[in-house]
Structures are given as structure tokens and as C-alpha cells.
Design a protein around this ligand. Structure first.
Ligand code: IMP
Ligand code: MG
Length: 178
């Protein structure tokens, strides 16, 4: 099994590229089938989803558009702690079918916040599509319709996901070695 070193950690292959592509195709086919005629707007969440979003969109067999947003973390006041804000939404999403494209849903807090923000702009429908889900860590009650793969609660990199900014370019998904 291939291992790689990033900074102070060693990672080993968890999901090879061929398997990732098969799973992305399965999700793309479901979206193409479910959202036919709705010309969905894919909303990729930067930075982690950029590779998944590109592959997913190319595998859709229906008309679609794409745009990217970001959830920025900044330190709020002491009482509010860490606050997340949605930035970069330039598209008018009122009345549209929106598909949020995420790299990974972990606790689900980011996704919950994101939906809260998007609802203010009155889209017709919001669907969630995530490459990865860590079901054991999910703390929010989210209706995630499109999940390419479920993984255990370990730190992973590759296919867009990073460790301290590095590893996004890896074609396979790697898990940290204990
Ligand atoms: P949540 O708010 O806990 O669901 O966190 C989701 C965000 O945490 C993702 O968008 C990722 O940026 C990051 N994240 C969670 N788990 C991992 C991981 O295993 N590797 C890399 N980033 C992760
Ligand atoms: Mg992310």
C-alpha cells in the first residue's frame, strides 16, 4: 500500500482513484435523473470541493451551471466564539434548483450554516451533494441526498482535501496513519 508524507504526518491509500470515479459517476447519474429539466446550479464550496465539482459536473448528462462560494471562519467575540460566514455568492439563486457540492461533511456545522444563509435568497430547492461523509461524527440533522462515499472518523487528504493546505493534488484519497 502506497504511503506518503505530508509535513509531520504519514498517510496511506484509503480510496483509489478508480473507485472515487465510480462513486462520483453513481452520484452524477442520480442527480441527472432526479433533476432533469431543472437546470440545477451547482454551488461548489471552496476550497476542498473544486476537483469533485469539476468531475461531477462533467459526468452530469443534463444541463447545469456552476458557481463557487466559500465559508470563511473568523474569530467572533468571546461569547460567540468561531463564526462562519458565506462569501462569494454572485449568482441570483431565487427560484433556482441549487445543489451544494461539498468535499466532506464531518460534524455538519458548516453545511447547516450554509443552508441557513442560502435560504435567505429564496431558492426553489436546495439539495446537498457531498463526496464524503463521516457518519459517526455527524452532529446535525441534515437531509443529505447525495453522498458519494462514507468513511470512518479519521483524517484524510487528497482529491481536493488538504492537510494544512497540502495534498489537494493527490489523485487517490489517503488516510492518516496512526
Ligand atoms: P464540519 O463543519 O465539521 O462538517 O466540517 C467540514 C469541513 O471540515 C470540511 O469542509 C473540510 O474542510 C474540513 N474537514 C473535515 N474533515 C476533514 C478531513 O478528514 N480532511 C480534511 N478536511 C476535513
Ligand atoms: Mg470544505
Amino acid at each position: 500500500m502506497a504511503t506518503i508524507d505530508i509535513k509531520d504526518k504519514t498517510f496511506e491509500t484509503l480510496i483509489p482513484e478508480e473507485e472515487i470515479m465510480r462513486r462520483v459517476k453513481t452520484v452524477a447519474d442520480r442527480i441527472s435523473n432526479d433533476l432533469k429539466g431543472k437546470k440545477p446550479l451547482l454551488l461548489g464550496v471552496l476550497n476542498g470541493s473544486f476537483i469533485f465539482a469539476a468531475d461531477l459536473m462533467r459526468m452530469l448528462t443534463i444541463e447545469s451551471e456552476i458557481s463557487f462560494v466559500k465559508m470563511t471562519s473568523y474569530q467572533g467575540t468571546e461569547s460567540t466564539g468561531k463564526v462562519k460566514k458565506l462569501v462569494g455568492l454572485n449568482e441570483d439563486i431565487e427560484g433556482r434548483t441549487v445543489v451544494i457540492v461539498e468535499d466532506i461533511v464531518d460534524s455538519g456545522l458548516t453545511m447547516e450554516k450554509m443552508i441557513e444563509y442560502l435560504k435567505e435568497f429564496k431558492p426553489a430547492e436546495i439539495h446537498i451533494c457531498t463526496l464524503l461523509l463521516k457518519p459517526d461524527n455527524l452532529k446535525r440533522n441534515l437531509d443529505i441526498e447525495y453522498i458519494a462515499m462514507e468513511i470512518p472518523n479519521d483524517f484524510i487528504v487528497g482529491y481536493g482535501l488538504d492537510y494544512d493546505g497540502l495534498g489537494r493534488n493527490l489523485r487517490d484519497i489517503y488516510v492518516v496513519k496512526e
